[in-house]
Design a protein around this ligand. Structure first.
Ligand code: PRP
Ligand code: URA
Length: 209
């Protein structure tokens, strides 16, 4: 079974407290989502392999380290995942970005795919799938299934708020995928919203409430 990591860093916990507040407007919400993604990226990249290289400083020759292993890609689940892309690219600027468009049917809560555009060499990359919300887990499970069908082997999933139901669904469907979670909440309500959650992440990022 892959890792399930719930963030304990005080900066992340503080910032999640701000985006939960109903009075936080779209500008601040977007900014803080991006900052949380950047901080979470630091944790989610902790196991990237390094190799030793010889370099020269202005003073002398020495050993240094650089990232080795596969190239990286970030794949946001549209729309709300877009809010995490800038923060990820701040930390891993050479990553390519793919997009998967899914929306949750409000009646069935099942994901409906409407877009998929991935880097041409995506099967040779390790992928970070990002979406602020893991509720029933339907969207994340479907997005990751699609990536596996494209031949991607190593996938990490990052979300800011997760419901226990979504974590269980991901663990059952994709036990090989590492999960990085900003905060684990109590439950889903009867409409499939996370409690206490933060409301509809896409609407809050894009001001479409
Ligand atoms: C939200 C969220 C996730 C999904 C989570 O997207 O960003 O993608 O719901 O719910 P699930 O775990 O039950 O699938 P939504 O469908 O509202 O689309 P949007 O990002 O375009 O608003
Ligand atoms: N999608 C959201 O944006 N928020 C939730 O609470 C559940 C799904």
């Amino acid at each position: 079974m892959a890792k399930t990591v719930v963030m304990d860093h005080p900066l992340i916990r503080h910032k999640i407290g701000i985006i939960r507040r109903k009075e936080t407007g779209s500008k601040d919400f977007r900014q803080i989502i991006s900052e949380i993604a950047m901080l979470m990226c630091y944790e989610a990249t902790r196991d990237l392999p390094l190799q030793e290289v010889r370099i020269e400083t202005p003073i002398c020759a020495t050993a240094a380290e650089e990232l080795s292993g596969k190239k990286l890609a970030v794949v946001p689940i549209l729309r709300a995942g877009l809010g995490m892309v800038d923060g990820m690219l701040t930390m891993i600027p050479s990553a390519k970005v793919g997009h998967i468009g899914l929306y949750r049917d409000p009646a069935t809560l099942k994901p409906v795919e409407y877009y998929c555009k991935l880097p041409g060499d995506c099967s040779e990359r390790d992928v970070f799938v990002v979406d602020p919300m893991l509720a029933t887990g339907g969207s994340a499970v479907a997005a990751i299934q699609l990536l596996k069908e494209k031949g991607i082997k190593k996938i990490r999933f990052m979300c800011i708020i997760a419901a226990p139901e979504g974590i269980d669904a991901m663990r059952a469907a994709h036990p090989d995928v590492d999960l990085y979670i900003g905060a684990k909440d109590e439950r889903l309500n009867e409409h499939g919203y996370i409690v206490p959650g933060l409301g509809d992440a896409g609407d809050r990022i894009f001001g479409t409430i």
